[in-house]
Design a protein around this ligand. Structure first.
Ligand code: SF4
Length: 323
């Protein structure tokens, strides 16, 4: 199905029919190898532990999501550009059934041949830039991606130690007319170093930046207000899924979930109908606090004002190519 029709259907199902579990966004971890070992990352995402499917199986996984409600398909990792077939896979996915994103730490972004081919194969480039990715200098040359026709959404991890440096990053992104999404570091139960910023301090910084730089900041007001406990939704919802490199689907997410199926063998629509998925959804509704953080950003779309302002900004960006 065409991605714009899917988006309308997703809107109807979630906002009018109030389906709280219709996934619209898929994080596809196409590899578990990475050239970096960031402090806040789960080792399984850079050690190769979760493996990597061969090209034909990855295509099968993509096919099994085509007729589902997934509107945005994000290629992530590990570092997805480590795969030699990444351009082929992006091209395969980019047939009009998804908005395709590539999330990278910049591993191959100095390769001009690679960059020239990228613009035809993706809708948005998600570029992770911060001190923890060792590439903070990339902010200085960020605008060069315009020459290749790429729409860039920077994602930057904010910790208690780099909160004060956030504004200079947002300012540089604003100058290039791109967007930036700010991801607070999560302290996993296994994390040795505690990095998560204080939510109240983060609220103050993000709300000031949002007032000053407007839609450059891709974090919604709903997300920002939720940091100080303001309610964003009646119930916690799950509009995003994570897909492992071999097609396994941990549900409702990779932190608290169970593997409920494998997309190299089953269609997403069929997996979502399984009794185990329905049980996990009931569990999620009764243990909201546990899931709140991870699903917060998409739950904010239950506020119609937030959803419409976000959708309007993204549509403007899509059609006009401006941040
Ligand atoms: S670049 Fe991304 S995948 Fe690689 S170690 Fe860092 S956070 Fe993990």
């Amino acid at each position: 199905m065409n991605r714009d029709l899917k988006a309308l259907k997703w809107f109807f199902d979630t906002q009018i029919l109030k389906d709280p579990f219709k996934p619209g966004y898929a994080t596809f971890k196409v590899t578990s190898r990475c050239n970096l070992h960031c402090t806040f990352c789960l080792p399984a995402y850079y050690s190769g532990e979760l493996g990597e499917a061969p090209t034909e199986i990855v295509k099968k996984i993509i096919d099994n999501m085509r007729d589902s409600s997934i509107v945005v398909l994000s290629f992530e990792g590990g570092e997805p550009t480590i795969r030699p077939d990444i351009l082929e896979l992006l091209e395969y996915a980019h047939d009009g059934s998804f908005y395709v994103m590539l999330t990278t730490n910049g591993y191959r972004l100095s390769d001009e041949g690679f960059l020239a081919k990228l613009a035809d194969r993706i809708d948005f480039l998600h570029y992770s830039i911060d001190e923890y990715h060792w590439n903070v200098k990339a902010y200085d040359t960020l605008c060069k991606f315009r020459e290749y026709g790429l729409k860039v959404n920077v994602q930057t991890v904010v910790t208690r130690y780099n909160l004060s440096k956030l504004e200079e990053k947002v300012k540089k992104v604003h100058e290039c007319r791109y967007k930036i999404v700010i991801l607070p570091a999560i302290d996993y139960p296994t994390s040795k170093v505690k990095l998560a910023p204080d939510p109240e301090e983060l609220y103050k910084v993000l709300s000031d930046l949002k007032k000053k730089y407007g839609s450059t900041l891709n974090n919604s007001w709903g997300f920002i207000k939720a940091l100080r406990g303001e309610k964003v939704a009646e119930k916690v919802t799950s509009y995003a899924i994570t897909v492992y490199p071999n097609g396994d689907l941990p549900y409702p997410d990779d932190i608290n979930g169970k593997i409920v199926g494998n997309l190299s063998k089953e269609k997403l629509n069929d997996i979502m109908k399984k009794p185990v998925v329905k049980d996990l959804q009931r569990y999620m509704l009764s243990n909201q606090a546990k899931f709140e953080y991870l699903h917060l950003q998409t739950s904010t779309f239950n506020s119609l004002t937030d959803l419409l302002s976000y959708a309007a900004e993204m549509a403007k960006w899509r059609f006009l190519g401006r941040g």
